[in-house]
Design a binder for this molecule. Structure first.
Ligand code: SF4
Length: 209
């Protein structure tokens, strides 16, 4: 089976399983969405949403967040883990958005990636989910699935992103990103399925052809 054939099967099956994938992180505006994505590193969406609700009640704009004492941000986001780094980054990026970007979350990869705590994946999530610009954020779930399904060599996340962008049409990237995350969480738990009987539905489908 060629990569293109596999991609077709994967896209159809994901569409069948998750026809309208919702963005799992709650937010009230682009700034709170960015903050939620920063909080989500090594944390569950559920925890981020609980913490986000408390944090955004105190500060839902970069101005308010920059004015919040660091100790307060740290205390509120503590349940998310990595709170020392995340609190510093949230405070610093809020200040930069106010001073350099007129209080608006910037809309380019370069500007987004210049913010503390915002790497290429986070910037891609913003571009894709907040600004509607085609981007394909690749996290560890997606990286693993793409390798298992033979859609990418699985060398690193950069290669996976490049390979996935080649085989899927641009207008599907935003949904596929979410669908792959949902699939990975539901079926593929960082273990290796050793025998065909234990394969998940997608792996069974891909092997059958
Ligand atoms: S068969 Fe196992 S390893 Fe392959 S994608 Fe499914 S759950 Fe993951």
């Amino acid at each position: 089976m060629t990569k293109a054939q596999k991609a077709e099967i994967v896209a159809a099956e994901l569409e069948r399983l998750y026809p309208s994938p919702r963005i799992p992180l709650d937010s009230v505006n682009t700034f709170t969405f960015l903050t939620a994505v920063v909080l989500s590193a090594q944390c569950t969406d559920r925890r981020v949403n609980e913490v986000g609700e408390k944090l955004f009640a105190l500060a839902d704009t970069p101005e308010k967040m920059a004015a919040l004492p660091l100790a307060k941000i740290r205390a509120v986001i503590r349940p998310c883990g990595l709170y020392e780094t995340k609190s510093k980054n949230i405070k610093a990026l809020s200040k930069i958005i106010c001073e350099r970007f007129g209080g608006e979350v910037p809309r380019t990869f370069e500007e987004l990636e210049s913010l503390p705590g915002v790497g290429h994946k986070t910037a891609s999530v913003l571009m894709s989910q907040a600004f509607g610009v085609p981007a394909f954020p690749v996290d560890t779930h997606i990286h693993r699935l793409a390798a298992r399904w033979g859609l990418s060599s699985g060398k690193n996340v950069e290669t996976t992103e490049r390979d996935l962008k080649k085989i899927f049409p641009k207008d599907k990237w935003a949904n596929l990103h979410l669908q792959l995350i949902y699939y990975g969480r539901e079926y593929c738990k960082a273990h290796t399925c050793k025998t065909p009987e234990t394969f998940c539905p997608m792996c069974k489908k891909l092997r059958r052809k």
